[in-house]
Design a protein around this ligand. Structure first.
Ligand code: F6R
Length: 369
């Protein structure tokens, strides 16, 4: 039931605040993270020397975002790998490895096979999954469910923000179990997480209509580039994937720092480029680097669409369009910056008259390898 929305995707984007809120619910007590499903499983986290996150598509981008938080709060090195690449290269894993899989459906065959492989090699496995009782969580030593609710549209939206939320909860939990994070530091991050749902709602209220209009106006575009740095990089990849998936427009995401190593050759007059701009308050250095990337592409005629924090005036002279997100700590910006990109992809596909829920050639859950 679309509940009055024109598509399941529109409904699911509108549910992004609840997806985060419901994934947090029941997992915080007195300012600390408490994950009941992980009760008595501290042993999974005690002796590990590395974490490998495996997933496909959008879930893998959530994993890339999660890496920053996992490394910062647990000080355990983290690799993020596409599940279908992971097990064909004889990876170095064993009892000291925690393999965290991420899957909305819990049935993605590539991810399932990678989890089984990791288990056979003696690794510890933890599943982040949105579907109760699905195969991947059943094959794992531990489960942290995302509570995004059923996702019907083929393109993943609310599950993505829920996956990042679950990874952050997990990172805080592991950080506390291993003692790499103080209760005060953990409590600060919990406050940031709790504030996210209202901030997403604010984007939907203030920016959705304007972004949809803007997307409709761009409906004839043939190619769109997305640039991001640090946690903005996986968001650029996600923005590009969503756009190609449902609007059939060529789209590519890049790490902004890669520009001069190749992609800047693609910039010609009129080329639309989305740039995820880090907060100037939280990371002045990253912010100034991204602003100079914007200047470089603008000088070559790019049409710059900046996704930037409210009040960031430094981007105004160089951006043709600014999509605003509320203020948040640096690790939390991805949960906000992705929302305008989901709205944009949906708005553009809708303007082209496409079925946003059922893009051609794609299935909701990929149960073949
Ligand atoms: C993109 C998308 C896919 C899935 C991928 C993994 O919008 O939906 O890239 O994210 O197929 O699916 P799950 O999470 O079910 O394992």
């Amino acid at each position: 039931d679309k509940g009055g929305w024109p598509s399941f995707m529109a409904k699911e984007v509108s549910e992004e605040p609840e997806a985060v809120a419901n994934t947090l619910r029941g997992r915080m007590r007195d300012g600390q993270v408490v994950i009941p499903e992980l009760d008595g499983l501290d042993g999974l986290f005690a002796g590990i020397t590395r974490i490998i996150v495996i997933a496909c598509g959008t879930a893998a981008y959530a994993g890339m975002v999660g890496k920053y938080a996992l490394e910062q709060w647990t000080r355990v090195p983290v690799d993020v790998e596409l599940a279908h690449e992971f097990r064909y290269r004889d990876p170095v894993i064993g009892a000291d490895t925690l393999v965290v899989s991420i899957s909305q459906s819990g049935e993605t065959m590539d991810t399932l096979m990678a989890v089984k492989y990791a288990r056979e090699r003696g690794a510890k496995t933890l599943s982040i999954c949105n579907t109760q009782g699905a195969t991947i969580p059943r094959e794992s030593d531990a489960i942290v469910y995302t509570h995004a609710g059923p996702e019907v549209a083929v393109a993943s939206t609310k599950a993505f923000v829920a996956q990042i939320t679950a990874l952050y909860l997990l990172a805080l939990h592991i950080g506390r179990v291993r003692g790499s994070l103080s209760p005060t530091e953990a409590a600060q991050q919990v406050l940031e997480l709790e504030a996210i749902p209202d901030k997403i709602t604010r984007i939907l209220h203030l920016e959705q209509a304007r972004i949809e209009q803007f997307a409709a106006w761009m409906a004839d575009t043939r190619s769109v580039l997305f640039l991001g740095r640090h946690v903005g990089y996986p968001i650029a990849l996600e923005g590009a994937l969503k756009l190609k998936e449902i609007s059939y427009i060529h789209a590519e995401g890049f790490a902004a720092g890669e520009l001069k190593h190749g992609p800047i050759a693609l910039i010609e007059p009129g080329q639309p480029v989305f740039v995820i701009v880090p907060s100037p308050r939280e990371s002045a250095l990253l912010h100034s680097k991204v602003v100079s990337n914007i200047q470089e592409i603008r000088a070559r005629g790019a049409r710059v669409i900046a996704v930037a924090e409210e009040g960031d005036a430094a981007v105004l002279p160089f951006a043709d369009e600014v999509l605003r997100i509320p203020l948040a700590g640096p690790l939390f910006e991805p949960l906000l910056a992705v929302v305008p990109l989901h709205i944009f992809a949906m708005g553009l596909a809708t303007a082209k008259g496409l079925d946003v829920d059922q893009p051609r050639n794609l299935a909701k859950s990929v149960t073949v390898e």
